[in-house]
Write a protein that binds this ligand. Structure first.
Ligand code: GUN
Ligand code: FE
Length: 446
């Protein structure tokens, strides 16, 4: 059959603050392209509606009364190899943790077979959790990076995938020369682009300024321009990191300027964390149209700090959410939503009881949280025209949520807004009956 018709409640974000709930919605997907070709609201009689359309022969999928479709979750920052040790080392802070946990774990991905096993587990887990799009950091190893791309292609996730670059201030067992780093990055970009699979995109991935020399960062900027690919890295995560970084690049005004001085900030770049930033640095991101990946679980777990994303939103900076596995211990974007909620409440408490002065500060609302985990992430990745909500001509990346079978108890009488909120706060992978990417079912409980 050429089309599939989904009939039931549709929930999606229209803007940062507007959550739209469509009752008796009809969403038609072109099965070959995996694209939404029609959305109709308030259809009381499906058969008579369909009889007026060219979708009469479509496959019909009716959602139950306690079920709804929501756009797939978008994780704008995660480290695929680090899933191996997620949930350990959480007593440490960033720089100690990189030495004791991250670098030893990542260096083992030199072995492609080891990488293959680990990467299969992490991608399967993320899909089960409803992460239909993810921006991944891999490791420095070309072979394992290619393997990650192959695994992601096979499992059907939409992904940005980065070969990590590091040519300085790294242990001698996990470092590359500047030349090898640039050559392997070029080879990796070409490997992904030659596949001609629009679900997988290579992303230039300098780990962070500490581990990247000036020639490396300049070369990476040139590669990103030459191949027209996005750029991801870490920025202003933790005080010790910021001090060390600024001591290495004394010619730059601040940490954000280091990346700017190396031509790494543009409308296709996005920066993870951005916890400790001056107003000037935030303005620089806004001016360059560079987005941020807000990784609240990681910012708490590595006690890096509390990022006030409202400051970025108010300045017009694009904001998405990231698990930052394994700085964040959870692979679930529902957890990212909850950590983001706590971070924004913490900022509120700091405004009311602490050193910050804005008494009118508004914590993030449930509608804003849903935006950040869907459309906001799409915006950060430059995919707002393709995914993030249920608009005609966008890809069908969606979660079929079932409130009755899973980790939620309904008491009866909840409004749809309350049910969506319950899903965000009490839901889990157990509530995801089907997970779709580009119209294809890639995971789910059913
Ligand atoms: N900064 C540089 N590398 C990393 C990493 O792997 N995780 C986190 N959270 N921050 C980093
Ligand atoms: Fe990270």
């Amino acid at each position: 059959m050429a089309y599939t018709v989904y009939y039931g409640t549709l929930v999606h974000s229209v803007s940062l603050t507007e959550l739209e709930i469509i009752k008796n919605g009809v969403l038609v997907v072109d099965n070959e392209k995996g694209v939404i070709v029609h959305v109709e609201k308030e259809v009381s009689d499906l058969d008579s509606f369909l009889s007026t359309t060219s979708f009469q022969d479509a496959k019909i999928e009716k959602l139950g009364s306690e079920q709804f479709l929501v756009p797939g979750f978008i994780d704008t920052h995660a480290h695929a190899p680090q899933y191996m040790f997620a949930g350990s080392g959480m007593d440490l802070q960033l720089l100690e943790w990189l030495e004791s946990h991250v670098f030893p774990c990542e260096s083992a991905f030199k072995d492609v077979e080891h990488a293959s096993e680990a990467y299969t587990k992490v991608i399967e887990r993320f899909l089960l959790n409803g992460t239909t799009t993810c921006s991944w950091f891999a490791t420095i190893h070309l072979g394992a990076c290619k393997k990650l791309v192959d695994i992601i292609e096979g499992l059907g996730q939409r992904a940005f995938i980065g070969k990590v670059n590091m040519d300085q201030n790294a242990p001698d067992y996990y470092i590359e020369s500047t030349e090898a780093s640039l050559d392997d990055t070029r080879a990796f970009i070409e490997y992904v682009q030659q596949k001609n699979n629009h679900l997988v995109t290579p992303v230039v991935t300098p780990r962070f300024a500490i581990t990247c020399s000036t020639p490396l960062m300049k070369g990476l900027s040139q590669l990103a321009n030459q191949y027209n690919v996005p750029i991801q890295t870490h920025l202003c995560e933790n005080h010790d990191e910021i001090d060390f970084t600024c001591s290495l690049f004394k010619d730059s005004k601040d940490y954000t300027s280091i990346y700017d001085d190396h031509q790494l900030l543009n409308e296709r770049s996005y920066m993870a964390h951005c916890v400790h930033m001056t107003d000037d640095e935030i303005k620089m991101l806004a001016d360059r149209k560079t987005g941020i990946a807000h990784c609240a679980n990681s910012n708490f777990s590595l006690h890096s700090g509390v990022c006030d994303v409202r400051r970025f939103l108010n300045q017009g900076v694009k904001v998405g959410l990231g698990t930052d596995v394994a700085g964040g211990f959870s692979a679930s974007m529902l957890d990212a939503v909850r950590s983001t909620f706590f971070a924004s409440k913490t900022v509120k408490i700091m405004h009311r009881d602490g050193p910050l002065k804005d008494k009118d500060y508004a914590p993030l609302s449930p509608a804003e949280l849903l935006y950040l985990v869907t459309l906001g992430g799409a915006d950060v990745l430059g995919l707002k025209d393709q995914i993030g909500n249920f608009e005609k001509n966008k890809a069908f990346d969606a979660l079929w949520v079932d409130l009755e079978n899973g980790s939620i108890d309904l008491m009866g009488g909840e409004t749809m807004h309350q049910k969506v909120e319950k899903f965000l706060f009490n839901g889990s992978d157990q509530n995801l009956k089907h997970v779709y990417v580009q119209g294809r079912r890639v995971a789910g409980k059913a």
